[in-house]
Design a protein around this ligand. Structure first.
Ligand SMILES: Nc1ncnc2c1ncn2[C@@H]1O[C@H](COP(=O)(O)OP(=O)(O)O)[C@@H](O)[C@H]1O
Ligand SMILES: [Mg+2]
Length: 268
């Protein structure tokens, strides 16, 4: 970690304070929202240091998905800024942004293409081919692919074979890790997995996270524990940042969310 910080801090003129993923005074309101209602994100300040993994925890509807979607610019911030190693995401081209940050969302879409194309899509790894594909599938515990009629060449999406939610999540995760991105943003990527698969993905993901700067929306303590620190999103702001243990002891809202009593949807 220390070695990594030193290496990052000599890149360009960026100070250590700029390195990593930063949210500075980020305000976001959905364009179609009632102007009288408070914005979804009232003011988010958060710094994920280079090489660090940060879990993002918050009640349903607190804006976790919205916050993660702002990084790859699926929505544009209303005000404030998001920077990757000091560079404002709005100043980056789509392709530069995509090369730097990989995302996996809770409800991923698959394109009408083969499994392999779906995983390699949009990355420089397309040239890297089979070996990278196999590594990504292994990380995502997506070995079910090998049992499909044509393996990784099986067509999926609207025209092809339909996959379960858990299978789609694992392919989305494989897609996110295949290009070995510098930044990784995962919106609850393990929510549709059974506990055994989840544990296996977590073990593999732990190794991936060691080499990236990551923001991971998490519901379960086991996922939170993959991260170095946790941020609590509440009322449109980050109201606490610390280790899982620190927040469990010091923050009643966090303790409540982690106890599971605050959530029904985890019982799927
Ligand atoms: N496309 C949208 N348009 C308008 N409001 C939205 C949209 N997506 C989400 N919201 C609202 O934004 C708030 C935060 O949602 P979301 O980011 O999905 O929360 P979380 O992921 O923490 O459950 C919710 O009140 C939700 O209804
Ligand atoms: Mg969400």
């Amino acid at each position: 970690m220390i070695e990594k910080l030193e290496k990052d801090s000599v890149v360009g003129a960026d100070s250590a304070a700029d390195a990593g993923l930063r949210f500075d005074g980020v305000v976001f309101r959905y364009p179609d929202a009632d102007p009288a209602s408070p914005p979804t994100l009232a003011r988010v300040d958060l710094h994920i240091r280079p090489g660090e993994s940060m879990a993002l925890v918050g009640a349903t509807g607190s804006g976790k998905t919205t916050l993660t979607a702002l990084v790859p610019r699926l929505h544009e911030v209303t005000s404030g800024r998001i920077t990757l190693d000091g560079e404002d995401v709005t100043a980056m081209s789509r392709s530069a942004l995509r090369a730097k940050v990989a995302v996996a969302f809770e409800e991923p879409t698959l394109f009408s293409a083969s499994v392999g194309e779906n995983v390699l899509m949009g990355t420089d790894a397309e040239g890297a081919g089979r070996a990278e594909l196999e590594r990504a599938l292994a990380v995502a515990q997506a070995d079910f692919v090998h049992a499909l009629p044509q393996g990784a060449d099986t067509q999926v999406g609207e025209q092809g074979l339909s996959l379960s939610g858990g299978q789609r999540q694992r392919l989305a995760l494989a897609r996110a890790v295949v290009g070995r991105p510098r930044f990784l943003v995962l919106d609850d990527p393990l929510s549709a997995l059974d506990v055994h698969t989840e544990a296996a993905v977590e073990a593999a993901l732990r190794r991936v996270l060691a080499d990236t700067t990551a923001l991971i929306v998490a519901h379960r303590p086991s996922t939170v524990l993959l991260a170095d620190r946790v941020a609590l999103l509440s009322g449109g702001r980050i109201t606490a940042v610390g280790t899982h243990q620190e927040l469990l002891r010091g923050n009643p809202e966090y303790a409540h969310l982690m106890s599971g009593t605050g959530r029904q949807e985890d019982d799927r």
